[in-house]
Design a protein around this ligand. Structure first.
Ligand SMILES: *Cc1c(COP(=O)(O)O)cnc(C)c1O
Length: 424
């Protein structure tokens, strides 16, 4: 059964009516299903166990999708590692109990301080995205008397056929090193005092809806591993990145089993430790954003539902023109007539629009709506723009639910500003 469904006239997550959570903790508010997070993670973990011994792979959950420590902790107890893209995420993952030996550090702009933290914590591997970064890592590691395991993130120049703002594997993107220059860079890295070039990494983009680009990228990576080995490199890890899509609009995303079959056919024969970095496909459909209608504004030929969540709470529609389904939390009667609405937030930006011209059973002020599939790149991207406090977050498990992040206090936002005492 789905973890989000109508039951007795109310939209429930697991066994809890969403209205009950909203009444207790207010809106806007993110709710995540522990069961769905678990099932999504296990889909990877159990399928991989069928094809590889347990010490031959690590599923490093991409923390940026949803970096709440309760989520990281839950996944950590199931065996997850973490893919982090900043010193802040590394800190969070460690604090949530993810073992240092299961943490991969990705990202194009790592500072010396962040690299130092990674070296000191002896993480699984740093994914290097440029030659100057390689030099920085070697210098930091050598100074600490350490040798750091690195993988170059290679850009295989495949088109992931996804939204242009989330494709990363084409040669014109800022990510990774050109696959053609990889052999020379590994040769260089091998001679550096602070570096052990032991891995190859790739991540071609996000929200991929078919497997062909993965197959193409994996083949190019496998060929590269062969070439690197022939030139004397001891390549022991391949990091295949993340990127599997989730259904936002009823689409059918690639099946995890078929994705893992690609790993079995193309990567496993290399006899390496395989690292995966799924983010969205673990957290995306496990979360909803609850929001209450403040006003029904009718005028001209438009009918606006002005809700209390804004683009600061969920940025995806404004940032990527992303589509999110929106459901009323009390089940409409089959006889209810539908009307056409624009669902908009309170922020002073025209792009603060969740949906335009959507059909909903007639609704209005006070109604609770669930913005669906908001578990990934929702709360983790939220800001306090318009001095709107960051939303609360709740984790649902069976018939229980806990606040895993209280709503930010306006006092805390305001208290952080400092008015200098210097006379003007
Ligand atoms: C964002 C990111 C991921 C996760 O991507 P999803 O599409 O959320 O699975 C994995 N690896 C890297 C390097 C990333 O930047």
């Amino acid at each position: 059964m789905s973890t989000i469904a109508y039951k007795n006239g109310a939209l429930q997550m697991e066994d809890v009516p969403l209205e009950k959570i909203a009444q207790k903790h207010g809106t806007p508010l993110y709710c995540y299903s522990a069961k769905r997070l678990t099932d999504n993670f296990r889909a990877y973990q159990t399928t991989l166990k069928d094809i590889l011994p347990e010490d031959k792979f690590t599923v490093c959950y991409a923390c940026k999708a949803n970096s709440n420590q309760a989520v990281l902790h839950l996944l950590g107890t199931l065996g997850a590692g973490a893919d982090v893209v900043s010193g802040g995420e590394m800190h969070r993952a460690l604090k949530a109990g993810i073992p240092h030996g299961k943490i991969v550090f990705s990202g194009v702009g790592k500072t010396a301080e962040e690299v130092e933290t990674a070296v000191k914590n002896d993480i699984l591997q740093i994914n290097v995205e440029s030659e100057p970064e390689l030099e920085r890592i070697s210098a930091v590691a050598a100074k600490a008397g350490a040798k750091t395991r690195i993988a170059f993130r290679v850009n295989p120049d495949v088109d992931a056929n996804t939204h242009e703002k989330i494709t990363t594997g084409r040669s014109e993107n800022k990510f990774g090193i050109d696959i053609k220059s990889a052999p020379a860079l590994y040769r260089k890295a091998k001679g550096m005092s602070g570096i052990v070039p032991s891995g190859v990494a790739v991540h071609i983009g996000s929200q991929l809806m078919n497997l062909a680009p993965f197959a193409e990228a994996f083949k190019r990576i496998a060929a590269l591993v062969g070439e690197l080995r022939a030139q004397g490199n001891d390549i022991t890890t391949v990091d295949v990145g993340g990127g599997l899509g989730v259904p936002y609009q009823g689409e059918t995303p690639p099946d995890v089993k078929k994705y893992v079959a690609l790993i079995r056919d193309i990567i496993a024969p290399l006899n390496v430790h395989v690292i995966l970095e799924p983010g969205r496909s673990i957290a995306g459909d496990a979360g909803v954003l609850l929001t209450r209608v403040q006003y029904l504004k009718e005028g001209g030929d438009k009918r606006f539902l002005i809700v209390d969540a804004g683009m600061n709470d969920l940025m995806r529609p404004a940032l990527y023109d992303a589509y999110h389904a929106i459901l009323p939390c009390s089940a409409p009667a089959p006889s209810d007539a539908t009307q056409t609405y624009d669902v908009v937030g309170p922020v002073c930006e025209t792009s603060d629009t969740f949906r335009t011209n959507m059909e909903l059973p007639r609704t209005g002020q006070g109604a609770l709506l669930a913005i669906m599939t908001a578990g990934a790149y929702g709360a983790s991207m939220a800001s306090a723009y318009n001095t709107r406090p960051l939303p609360a977050e709740v984790l649902v498990s069976g018939d229980a639910f806990d606040v895993i992040r209280p709503r930010q206090m306006i006092e805390d936002i305001v208290a952080a500003d400092v008015i200098p005492e210097r006379p003007v």
